[in-house]
Design a protein around this ligand. Structure first.
Ligand code: SF4
Length: 252
């Protein structure tokens, strides 16, 4: 098992099929980590005002961050990308966020003419043909709308955690995103067990696909369930021998 493999997912526990039952473990450090995360969000909100946005994937870490923002009534916009390839369960979180927190999530979609041209040129299954075409698909469906989401912003908030993968092991709480903005990752030091302990304690809405052994959820064609002992992101672009990143968090 590698360092970023899921903890607690023993074969016996796995039969439960419930992410909270599988993973949630409150740690002695978690109260202080929550306080520190709220403080980071508060300081970012004061520093950047309307220039700050939470870019949410609607994954469990981002749902925890949304809960922290809403619970502490921080005036931070929340936004997400709808690539046109998401699972219905993922999009189903949008009305649940509205119902639980009274917060609207701004949804950014790719430009339809770009999607149509790409699919006509490369095919609906282009992502499986090569890493270059997969990244081109991510470029059309994710990076272009992310650029619009972040236009005019001076900082954005992510749910990145250091434990998620080797590529994310150095994630800072506050860093330059390579595009002149600050990228703030308030729960970078949280463990998977702590994320789910928070979800359990505060009844955070989560994607039901997390209960089907999908710890990291992206577009439907590019996400599969993982097996016991596999890495967090093993189910993303599983056919590739790559860093399992789509470019949203690349520094250029
Ligand atoms: S994750 Fe897959 S479907 Fe989604 S944008 Fe990237 S290649 Fe395309």
């Amino acid at each position: 098992m590698s360092s970023s493999a899921l903890p607690w997912a023993t074969p016996a526990a796995a039969t439960a099929g419930n992410a909270i039952a599988l993973y949630a473990r409150w740690s002695p450090a978690l109260d202080a980590k929550i306080e520190a995360a709220v403080q980071r969000l508060r300081e970012a909100s004061i520093a950047h005002g309307q220039g700050l946005v939470q870019s949410s994937s609607l994954g469990v870490e981002d749902m925890v961050v949304t809960d922290l923002i809403a619970r502490h009534q921080l005036p931070i916009d929340i936004a997400t990308l709808d690539t046109g390839k998401l699972h219905p369960e993922t999009l189903g979180l949008l009305p649940r966020i509205q119902a639980q927190y009274g917060r609207d999530v701004a949804v950014f979609q790719p430009k339809q003419e770009h999607v149509i041209a790409f699919v006509q040129r490369e095919g609906e299954d282009a992502m499986f043909k090569s890493i270059e075409l997969r990244k081109a698909c991510c470029g059309v469906r994710k990076l272009e709308p992310l650029g619009r989401m972040l236009a005019g912003r001076s900082a954005w908030i992510t749910g990145l955690r250091r434990e998620q993968s080797g590529a994310r092991a150095e994630v800072a709480f506050d860093e330059d995103d390579g595009q002149g903005r600050r990228k703030i990752s308030p729960i970078a030091d949280w463990t998977w067990a702590e994320v789910w302990a928070y979800v359990e304690r505060f009844a955070v809405p989560t994607n039901p696909l997390h209960d089907q052994f999908m710890p990291s959820i992206g577009c439907a064609p590019c996400t599969r369930a993982i097996a016991v002992g596999e890495d967090f992101r093993a189910g993303r672009w599983w056919w590739e021998d790559s860093s399992k990143e789509c470019g949203l968090h690349a520094k250029s």
